[in-house]
Design a protein around this ligand. Structure first.
Ligand SMILES: C[S@@+](CC[C@H](N)C(=O)[O-])C[C@H]1O[C@@H](n2cnc3c(N)ncnc32)[C@H](O)[C@@H]1O
Length: 328
């Protein structure tokens, strides 16, 4: 497995300087405390996310899996039957199996899953190990560092199909998403493709129950971030004094996940030599999940160096798979 030292993902109890910095920066903000969503995915968080994907209320993964199952052959033909597939934030890669099987039907395919979570990557390699004609080269790194590693392994004349599935693009604001897609485009060559999976705008009630399920798995996923601070940075968060909250922000068409302090309290984090004050009802904003209109996705791509080739939409849940070709 390739891994860059700077981004080496934390082991269960290891010290990760980037995590420490993100916590110190985010919890000392004056107006709104924040923690970036990437840090939700340690070994426990990745395992909880896998449970979320099978919850009846969370339709995202099922809708995308059904789309990929149905359209994998068309996607592979439309992207020029690529021999090199690179996936950003692969997680366990469960849904990717459909694409990989279609791609590896006629020739050997090199698959490079990139993920910040070493635990998710290990499961990915294990789960996809039985796909015929597939060579898996996992890359434990952040997105852009991982792409640079994958691109360096490109054989002359070979084109790449990039996958960014699961609506992970929704963790970025719209401005950040456009700039991220631009960064991807800059790293690619003419003849390369990008398949982008994005969750669509739907009713508030449907979205809230998807991100605040009745048995509390998403709450555990969110609270695990505080538990991770306790494990890795000698934090003293009492999880019973925080509650998970999912809000729908209509103006920005996004779900916002927060952790709300139930009381006035002070929490010390020994490895940072920091004590963080919380007022009752003050929150830490841990994740945003932006929702899209199907027709805005080709426009976002066009502004960021990607021409839309085709789009597949699941109308039941509301999910779009958009295939782009790198513009000249
Ligand atoms: C919402 S999950 C999606 C997983 C999978 N693609 C799916 O569709 O089910 C996001 C994945 O991206 C990974 N991730 C989050 N931030 C990352 C970053 N900055 N660089 C690389 N991977 C990241 C997480 O570890 C997680 O596995």
């Amino acid at each position: 497995m390739f891994a860059s030292a700077a981004t080496a993902p934390s082991s269960a109890a290891g010290f990760n300087a980037e995590f420490a910095k993100a916590v110190a920066d985010g919890l000392t903000l004056k107006r709104q405390k924040t923690l970036p969503p990437s840090w939700l995915y340690d070994e426990v968080g990745s395992a909880l996310f896998e449970v979320i994907t099978v919850l009846p209320e969370y339709g995202v993964t099922r809708a995308e899996a059904a789309l990929l199952d149905r359209a994998a052959g068309e996607i592979i033909r439309a992207s020029g039957r690529p021999a090199h597939i690179v996936e950003l934030g692969s997680g366990t890669g469960t849904k990717t199996r459909h694409i990989l099987k279609a791609a590896a039907h006629h020739h050997t395919v090199q698959y490079a899953p990139i993920d910040i979570s070493a635990a998710a990557l290990a499961n990915c390699v294990h789960a996809l190990g039985d796909v015929m004609n597939l060579s898996i080269e996992p890359i434990a790194a952040t997105y852009l560092e991982g792409i640079d590693t994958a691109v360096a392994a490109r054989k002359p004349g070979e084109s790449i199909l990039l996958l960014f599935l699961g609506s992970t693009i929704g963790n970025f604001t719209r401005t950040e998403a456009a700039s991220f897609l631009r960064q991807l485009s800059k790293r690619m060559q003419p003849g390369d493709y990008l398949l982008l999976g994005a969750d669509l705008v739907k009713s508030r009630a449907r979205l809230i129950s998807a991100y605040d399920d009745p048995i509390g798995v998403t709450a555990a996923f969110n609270l695990n971030l505080l538990a991770r601070i306790n494990r890795e940075l000698e934090g003293h968060f009492d999880m019973s004094l925080f509650t998970h909250e999912a809000r729908y922000n209509e103006r920005y068409s996004r779900i916002e996940m927060h952790l709300r302090s139930r009381v006035d309290q002070q929490v010390s984090i020994e490895a940072l030599d920091l004590t963080v004050p919380f007022r009752k009802d003050e929150t830490i904003w841990t994740e945003s999940s932006h929702k899209f209109r199907a027709e805005e996705l080709p426009c976002v791509g066009r502004r960021s160096g990607w021409a839309c080739v085709r789009q597949w939409v699941d109308g039941e849940w509301g999910f779009a798979e958009t295939l782009f070709r790198k513009s000249k």
